[in-house]
Design a protein around this ligand. Structure first.
Ligand code: TTP
Ligand code: CA
Length: 433
């Protein structure tokens, strides 16, 4: 899979390699602590504690984990097609040579001829994140977790710790659990607001943990360059330097009036972020849900077709139930398998209609599966993952009319039964056995 996965990158046609690829999720709007959310009058009444988790050299670390020959070596992940290829990320060994994200492969090879350039394998990284969500839910419930980007999470741990000491301990436990689950290291930032937690993560990279308490503000945050503030890009940074604002401390102490005049409402937001007055919480995924994922790894590998289909069916049923639980329908499905030889196969499919019908999703996933190398005794399957996207509100209580030629199934009513009497109470035939 020697191509840049479109779900990870947005190509841009501007000059200079730094701007060729812009991160899709640099600053999701919903995550930006909007002025309205800052609720200044509440800020002292509701002290909060957040963990920010960020994997170290994510794609490169995954490749090093999966191939021991790559460990301790300069490795980059990106597009490897000719000289125009771009470095998406580089292992810390490669960074020591000066290799950075956004550099062309050609330039990277000039400064480090022994660099091992690998292609990006999007599905593999996505599956890790699917699994990881499960691990994080062991610490806090779903509504306290925000996946901020491909390898970053915020956890609101306010109600699960009594003080910063405990918050730090929880951070270490999360790190340990991630190593146990995925054998990957991450860095963690702990603070009383999301912006500071995100900055703290960078203090001790790789594999570190840093804490910023309100007392640390002046010593740990204020000396940092102002571009570390969420949303301050090159252009705003330039305008701030003209105003003699270079550090976060300068911004925090600048006049609100002047900032508002220069940047409008954003000026006030930047100043509040600098001062640690970001009161935004965890982005509520129930309202803005973009996708739902589910995956599982088997204890014993399988290759029998009916067994494989049975596993696909289980995931489809589970996801459909989740969709119905949130009164959503999906328009697009993504399916991934991992074989016992650690190779992956993945594909996606648009559904004919938006749906949360177990049968529709199951059949769509089986269609995708048919395009994969089929399992056999020498190619057994270990892991299954499925994601649904293009989510819309389900306006019908029961999606019967869409499937005129099908037996009508009152899925919503069945879900209630299952909730009451357990999963095994009833199972509908999905066909295609
Ligand atoms: P980052 O978290 O920015 O970087 P990283 O995890 O590689 O390194 P760090 O230790 O500094 O956190 O990005 C996470 C992954 O996202 C990265 O491995 C590759 C990918 N990525 C993009 O797809 N586009 C980009 O522009 C960047 C910077 C990263
Ligand atoms: Ca990272």
């Amino acid at each position: 899979m020697d191509k840049i996965s479109s779900s990870f990158f947005i190509p841009r046609n501007e000059q200079g390699y730094e701007s060729i690829y812009k991160r899709i999720r640099l600053m999701p709007l919903y995550s930006f602590p909007h002025y309205k959310e800052l609720k200044p009058h509440l800020k002292n009444l509701v002290p909060k504690v957040f963990l920010h988790i960020d994997f170290d050299a994510f794609y490169a670390q995954v490749e090093q984990r999966d191939n021991p020959n790559l460990r301790g070596k300069p490795v980059s992940v990106g597009s490897t097609t000719g000289n125009k290829g771009i470095v998406m990320t580089a292992s810390y060994e490669a960074r020591a040579f000066g290799i950075e994200t956004g550099m062309s492969q050609w330039e990277a090879r000039q400064i480090c001829p022994q660099l091992i350039s690998l292609p990006c394998y999007g599905p593999k990284y996505e599956v890790i994140m699917i699994n990881l969500m499960k691990g994080l839910r062991e610490f806090v419930p779903d509504e306290f977790i925000e996946q901020y980007s491909v390898d970053e999470y915020f956890l609101d741990i306010t109600y699960f710790v009594r003080n910063f000491k405990q918050a730090e301990q929880l951070g270490y436990k999360v790190k340990e659990r991630i190593i146990e689950m995925e054998n990957l290291t991450c860095s963690v930032g702990v603070s009383y607001n999301k912006s500071y937690a995100k900055m703290a993560t960078k203090f001790m990279k790789p594999n570190g943990l840093s804490l910023v308490t309100p007392e640390d503000r002046e010593t740990k945050i204020y000396p940092l360059p102002v571009k570390k503030i969420w949303g301050v890009g090159t252009r705003i940074n330039r305008r701030l330097s003209i105003m003699n604002i270079f550090t976060i401390g300068d911004l925090a102490n600048a006049s609100e009036y002047v900032l508002k005049k220069e940047f409008g409402i954003n000026g006030i937001v930047f100043r509040k972020l600098a001062r640690g007055e970001d009161t935004s919480g965890i982005f509520n995924r129930v309202v803005h849900e973009k996708s739902l994922n589910h995956g599982h790894t088997l204890t014993n590998t399988i290759y029998d077709l009916s067994e494989v289909k049975n596993e696909i069916r289980k995931i489809a049923e589970y996801l459909c139930r989740k969709l119905r639980d949130k009164k959503l329908v999906a328009g697009y499905l993504y399916f991934v398998l991992r074989y016992d030889n650690l190779r992956y196969a993945s594909g996606d499919i648009h559904l004919d209609h938006h749906s949360n019908d177990d049968r529709i999703l199951y059949e769509a996933a089986v269609d995708v599966f048919k395009s994969f190398p089929q399992p056999n005794e020498c190619l057994q399957v270990r892991m299954f993952g499925m994601g649904v996207f293009s989510l819309h509100q389900d306006t019908k209580d029961c999606n019967l009319e869409l499937f005129k030629n099908r037996v009508k199934v009152p899925f919503y009513a069945l879900d209630k039964l299952k909730q009451k009497y357990g999963e095994g109470i009833i199972r509908i035939g999905l066909g295609g056995g």
